[in-house]
Design a protein around this ligand. Sequence first.
Ligand code: NI
Length: 169
Amino acid sequence: MAVLDIKKYPDEVLKKKAAPVKDVNASVLRLVDDMVETMYAAPGVGLAAPQVGVSKRIIVIDVSSKEEKHPLVVLINPEIVAAEGSVDSEEGCLSIPEYTAVIKRAERVVARGLDPEGNPVEIEGTELLARALQHEIDHLDGVLFVDRLSPIKREFFKKRYLKTVMRDV
Ligand code: NI
């Protein structure tokens, strides 16, 4: 396993629609392992393959905290099949360091995809897991959480981000 380099906004790979995985083969499983290691090393609650420069539909999520353990979620070709409710909460992204914003998301979602064995699985999420599923699946469509800000807030983000974070690049 290896910790991979995380692509940062405004890297082009983050804007691309990722391609479905056709075959859950050894190279896909190696990528999944590396994504899991990269997520834990960051540390972050989720990671999508485009964030490590691979434009494929794979996400990993672990919403565990010190107080509460949760299972690792690996979903290949995930899609949201049901969503309900609406909740505002603060959100960040490993690809957009030093910036968070309040984003409206569905309160509860059901996602379907393949597990690392290639079997269909369905995952229901509420709270942070619901948010992470929506955030990571957005990445597969080239959508970042800042794309969900109002136009005024997005402009403000861009100016601030380019002035501060990008200044060191
Ligand atoms: Ni993200």
